[in-house]
Design a protein around this ligand. Structure first.
Ligand code: PAF
Length: 290
């Protein structure tokens, strides 16, 4: 789909530059794919970019550490910021436009919008990170209105986030396709995350146990109840040094509501948040696929 004579990647910092660039592409009849990110790009993000590259004429990536979705000031302060490296990776991946706005550009005044995100946003991350999903809805809705992409790409590591974004799209009436992309993992199973760089050497060795136990729980689940499986995962992980499960919930993969029995839903996913020292890691596993 993409011409072999590729124009060089444009890095834009203002909404007006972004809009005028994108509207030029649209006038040429180009299909635009958007990959929203908070930067500190890793192979997980790059898999979204490469999927967007295959499916669109133009690939736009946003790199913005969105303050309104952080409910913890320290997490916002320590969130890794690697703009130069991010731009180099995006250029090499054939991205056309990178949008790297300042906080003032995005929020010249406080965004007071409160989205009616409903039950998908009330459980798990919604419960443990109050305001987080409203902040995600604020920034993603702004990005969608600036770019008006045909498709937008999100990683399944943030499984609940995708459901929340779909709900926001429905509320706001955006006409686009949300593309959800599989989790990328290190060879030892640890889900790729920008926060992984904050793990100490010792924590980095312990963290892959999260996925190991999740995988083991799939066999366990074949002859145990949902409650027993939740207890097994939680206990196995809490036994290990430095790990502390914040929540493990087995949910309907469409509504995000906890299931009591394996047959309660056609799509069943286990979603976990674990502290490894003071680094908050999330992951998930599918027990029943759609
Ligand atoms: O998943 C993320 O990195 C962020 O929540 C997103 C979607 C880029 C919004 O800031």
């Amino acid at each position: 789909m993409h011409s072999s004579k590729r124009k060089e990647m444009k890095v834009v910092r203002t909404i007006s530059e972004l809009k005028s660039l994108i509207s030029g592409f649209k006038k040429e009849g180009k299909q635009v794919g958007l990959v929203p990110t908070m930067g500190a790009l890793h192979a997980g993000h790059m898999s979204l970019v490469s999927r967007a590259r295959k499916e669109n004429d133009i690939v736009a990536v946003s790199v913005f550490v969105n303050p309104t979705q952080f409910n913890n000031k320290e997490d916002l302060r320590t969130y890794p910021r690697t703009e130069e490296q991010d731009c180099a990776l995006l250029e090499a991946a054939g991205c056309d436009v990178v949008f790297v706005p300042s906080v003032e550009e995005i929020y010249p005044e406080e965004d007071t919008r409160v989205f009616d995100l409903g039950p998908v946003a009330e459980v798990m991350e919604g419960k443990f990170r109050p305001g987080h999903f409203n902040g995600v809805a604020q920034i993603v809705s702004k990005l969608f209105s600036f770019v008006e992409p045909d498709k937008a790409y999100f990683g399944e590591k943030d499984f609940q986030q995708i459901a929340v974004i779909r709900r926001m799209v429905e509320l706001e009436g955006f006409k686009l396709e949300i593309v959800s992309c599989p989790i990328k993992r290190e060879d030892d199973g640890l889900a790729l995350s920008s926060r992984n760089v904050r793990l100490s050497e010792e924590q980095r060795k312990i963290a892959p146990n999260i996925y190991r136990v999740l995988k083991e729980s799939c066999n366990f689940a074949s002859n145990h109840t949902v409650a027993e499986t939740v207890a097994m995962v939680t206990e196995e992980l809490n036994k290990l040094p430095q790990l502390e499960v914040e929540y493990y919930e087995i949910v309907n993969g469409l509504t995000m509501q906890p299931v009591e029995n394996w047959n309660d839903a056609p799509y069943v996913v286990g979603c976990i948040t674990v502290y490894c020292g003071d680094v908050r890691l999330i992951d998930n596993i599918t027990y029943k696929a759609l």
